[in-house]
Design a binder for this molecule. Structure first.
Ligand code: NAD
Length: 256
């Protein structure tokens, strides 16, 4: 069955669009009629996603761009390039770029703590700020910013002191952005994926997966496309009265 076209004439930027959840979001947005800018530090994988979009969604124009979300200049260049190419800023933004650098609290280096905060938290701040400034300056009347947190930001996780702190920060950032941007018609919401199959979780040892899976009510890991479904709902007018919330997409992991 064809996807409903809820994002026709919308322009979206997806950081981390070269892999996993970000790639699935790009594909789903394109299938709903959006033009998509795939933004990733890994330009090769961003172009692979673009190739998928260009093959399957020929009706719209898509683009792949390199960006390091942790660097203000790089994020600024990204948004400027989008505006010069499409003659408008994006009205939908998903901040899916993220990294892990796991270690126990007592062994975590300052460098690895900083690295994860720079990408996951500061990167979310920089992209949210650049996109919202451009959208407000261009007089865009409705926007949707979807940040990607994690269930781990709520409940913590052994070996992820840096990652859990960064993702808890993303939730607070999102609620504040929602309060400041509602007057401009820009909604901001955060999704909290649980345990989703992707290159990020491919690194998780088999024995850890074995221990976590029974804690998921749905009895299995999630798929990137299932996260993309929720992002599409939040990007579309189907959620037009929803802002400042976090939505768990975790199959019932850690609910009790
Ligand atoms: P992934 O590793 O498959 O994709 C992450 C993408 O981000 C990669 O393409 C990578 O190149 C890009 N990236 C990394 N650093 C970047 C930077 N500085 N600038 C631009 N791009 C950068 O991971 P994923 O599983 O698809 O995760 C996507 C998001 O979802 C991340 O924020 C992650 O923390 C979050 N998340 C994932 C899970 C999960 O179980 N997979 C659970 C909770 C949250």
């Amino acid at each position: 069955m064809a996807a409903p076209c809820r994002l026709i004439l919308r322009l979206a930027v997806v950081s981390g669009g070269g892999s996993g959840i970000g790639r699935a979001v790009c594909q789903r947005f394109a299938s709903e009629g959006a033009s998509v800018v795939v933004a990733d530090r890994n330009e090769e994988s961003a172009h692979e996603t673009l190739e998928l979009l260009s093959r399957n969604h020929k009706g719209q124009e898509h683009m792949a761009l390199g960006v390091d979300v942790s660097l203000k200049d790089s994020v600024g260049r990204l948004v400027n390039t989008i505006q010069s190419h499409f003659f408008q800023p994006p009205s939908i933004c998903v901040t899916a770029a993220g990294i892990t650098q796991d270690e126990f609290l007592m062994n975590m280096t300052e460098e690895d703590f900083d690295k994860v905060i720079q990408v996951n938290l500061k990167g979310t701040f920089l992209l949210t700020q650049a996109v919202s400034k451009a959208a407000v300056a261009a007089g865009i009347s409705k926007g949707s910013i979807i940040t990607v947190g994690s269930i781990v930001g709520k409940v913590g996780n052994v070996g992820q002191i840096n990652y859990s702190a960064s993702k808890a920060g993303v939730e607070g950032l999102t609620r504040t952005a929602a309060k400041e941007l509602s007057r401009y018609g820009i909604r901001c919401n955060c999704i909290l994926p649980g345990f989703i199959e992707s290159p990020m979780t491919d690194k998780v040892p088999e024995k850890v997966i074995y221990k976590i899976t029974p804690l998921i009510l749905m009895g299995r890991m999630g798929k990137p496309a299932e996260v993309a479904d929720v992002c599409t709902f939040l990007a579309s007018d189907d959620s037009q009265y929803i802002t400042g919330v976090s939505i768990e997409v975790a199959g019932g992991l850690f609910i009790g």
